[in-house]
Design a protein around this ligand. Structure first.
Ligand code: PHE
Length: 464
């Protein structure tokens, strides 16, 4: 007898869990630093456009695939692709997704672990004394990265928390965690946003983010914005597909997709406003933008009143955001083992979780001190040294775009018009003119845009 598939208890549960997956280090770390590198303004506009014309349609496609098939990433392509051109080959897209989940989680958890260390230091007062001197903090951070023992400990702690939540399943684990952590995360963000509004750098931050400086925008900036839209929305590897498979039939896929994309975008922009307001409040030279979060911000926090409290709140925010993302990564892998290998949930989460933890140790010990830090570019377009950098490069430049391209092609060209229409309208009502627009975006615009990323990576790789 087939066991009934788990479901979210309602619309809110799904939206919070999915938004939790989307909102993570991508929003709080990566987006501010690539925005800084690309001079804000026009880059932010291009990013918003990428979310609207590529992110939203693919988000709808992924959720649609999951809810229609009621399966994990591999099963979804198997069931839906069965008697279609390409047949069983489409399962490969699901396998790529599960593998990508495994890989991303293994290094994502290492960075997420740093937040635990920073929360501890903020509370103990250690961060305050280090932050009095930027050089001190920089040196500490370099030593910390180069300390394999500590890297493994914090990575393991974070993986432990992730496994502990996914272990309890969709309703009692993931949804419950999302319903607890997401409101906390949003409240912390609002508090910090209000705080930043009163800092002297607020006006400059707004100007930096929203002036139309198209002359400062480069072609690579456009591609970076596009590529980042995948990572930040958790697209291209079946996370949204897997979460979508637990969605109830009476809820609307398009509405949920729009809400998730809107929340993710709002938080990315808010993170920029907060960080830039604080940084611009001081005559502070940002030397390495990729480590703003761990080396620049604490210094600045402690120049302000309530530095210890603000920094403890802030790193808690980052930890929560990362945790709701890591659980979605593990769920992709676990649900594959549960559906396809017939494992029980406990066995699936423990075995896969520990395997990922073990594999992540390779990344944890490859950070190696200041030398690695200088070539360090989280989730960047450039390939970097070490296991950490290589995995990150592969995942964000190859796996996610290729997965996203395949998802767009499959939904747009392999599934029939009626099939997709039916699933998108189920629980939503007639879509009217919005349906042909979505179909055009998913068949033509999204594949063309993602194709451009892939071509640029191929060409770029040659010249490196
Ligand atoms: N979207 C997450 C972030 O912005 C990362 C992520 C990618 C999570 C892919 C799940 C799947 O940090």
């Amino acid at each position: 007898m087939a066991k009934e598939r788990a479901q979210w208890t309602g619309r809110l549960g799904f939206v919070l869990a999915a938004a939790g997956s989307a909102i993570g280090l991508g929003n709080l770390w990566k987006f501010p630093y690539i925005t800084y590198e690309n001079h804000g303004g026009a880059f932010v506009l291009v990013y918003l456009a990428a979310i609207a014309v590529v992110g939203v349609p693919i988000m709808m496609a992924e959720i649609l695939l999951g809810r229609r098939s009621q399966k994990n990433a591999v099963g979804a392509f198997r069931v839906l692709g069965q008697d279609k051109p390409g047949g069983r080959l489409w399962q490969g897209v699901g396998f790529l997704g599960v593998m990508t989940g495994f890989v991303i989680l293994s290094y994502y958890s290492v960075i997420a672990g740093w937040t635990i260390r920073y929360i501890m230091m903020a509370v103990s007062g250690e961060l305050g004394s280090l932050a009095h001197d930027p050089a001190h903090l920089q040196a500490f951070f370099g030593d910390f990265l180069g300390n394999p023992y500590q890297q493994i400990v914090f990575h393991s702690l974070f993986m432990g928390a992730t496994i502990g939540i996914v272990y309890f399943g969709v309703g009692r684990g993931i949804e419950r965690a999302a319903k607890l952590l997401m409101p906390l995360l949003l409240s912390i963000l609002v508090i910090l946003a209000i705080y930043s509004f009163w800092t002297p750098g607020f006006a400059e931050a707004m100007h930096f983010l929203f002036r139309p400086n198209f002359n400062e925008l480069s072609a690579s900036g456009v591609l970076e914005a596009l590529g980042h839209s995948f990572f930040t929305l958790s697209l291209g590897m079946g996370a949204m597909l897997t979460y979508g498979s637990y969605m109830r039939k009476q809820d609307s896929v398009p509405r949920a997709a729009l809400t998730i994309c809107a929340l993710d975008t709002m938080i990315a922009i808010m993170a920029c406003i907060i960080m830039f307001s604080i940084i611009f409040s001081f005559d502070f030279e940002v030397t390495k933008s990729s480590t703003i979060l761990f080396t620049t911000l604490p210094v600045v926090f402690f120049q302000l009143p309530g530095g210890a409290a603000v920094s403890a709140l802030f790193y808690t925010l980052v930890a929560f955001a990362a945790l709701t993302s890591t659980i979605s990564l593990l769920e992709v892998v676990a649900s594959y083992a549960i559906d396809e290998l017939g494992w029980g949930r406990r066995r699936a989460t423990l075995t896969m979780g520990v395997a990922i933890l073990a594999f992540g140790i390779l990344s944890a010990i490859s950070l190696g001190g200041n030398a690695a830090l200088s070539s360090f570019n989280l989730i960047g377009r450039s390939s970097t040294a070490g296991v950490f950098g290589t995995l990150d490069y592969l995942a964000s430049n190859w796996f996610l775009p290729v997965g996203g391209l395949m998802i767009a092609l499959f939904t747009g060209w392999i599934l029939s018009r009626d099939e997709t229409r039916e699933e998108l309208e189920e629980g939503n009502g007639p879509l009217g003119w919005a349906f042909p627009i979505w179909r055009f975006l998913i068949r033509v615009v999204a594949p063309a845009a993602v194709g451009a990323i892939i071509v640029s990576v191929i060409l770029g790789a040659e010249y490196q």
